[in-house]
Design a protein around this ligand. Structure first.
Ligand code: FES
Length: 124
């Protein structure tokens, strides 16, 4: 018998900037309980054995925070709120149909660079 791999990972940015920093952050007084909400909903739905919620540092899309990346597939959800997270779980995770209207705009989420392209860009 084998232990099954998780079906999904949900990476929730948990970066919080100190007050006065020009860069926005994904965690503030209004949004600080989103990760807890995500974990609780996954437990309530009986999904925690196959969906792994992960706290991350900055995912480099701060202006559209709070952000959450769902893998597999590189699905970047922006401006998250509790109701959005509930719908992402119901439709994307359970229904296997990403919630298009909550995804980041394509102009901010272009095709990834290959490692070779990235190294070339910095002269390596
Ligand atoms: S602080 Fe969350 S994406 Fe940068």
């Amino acid at each position: 018998m084998t232990i099954p791999q998780p079906a999904f990972y949900m990476f929730k940015c948990e970066q919080s900037s100190p007050p006065g920093m020009p860069k926005p952050s994904c965690v503030n007084n209004e949004t600080k309980d989103l990760y807890g909400h995500l974990g609780m909903k996954l437990m309530e739905k009986g999904l925690i054995a196959t969906v792994v919620p992960v706290r991350t540092a900055c995912l480099n899309r701060c202006q559209q925070g709070p952000v959450m990346l769902v893998e597999p597939g590189h699905y970047m959800y922006v401006n998250n709120k509790k109701k959005k997270i509930d719908r992402i779980i119901d439709e994307h995770i359970i229904g296997e149909k990403p919630v298009e209207e909550y995804l980041i705009d394509e102009e901010f989420w272009g095709k990834p660079m290959t490692p070779e392209e990235a190294m070339k860009m910095v002269g390596r």
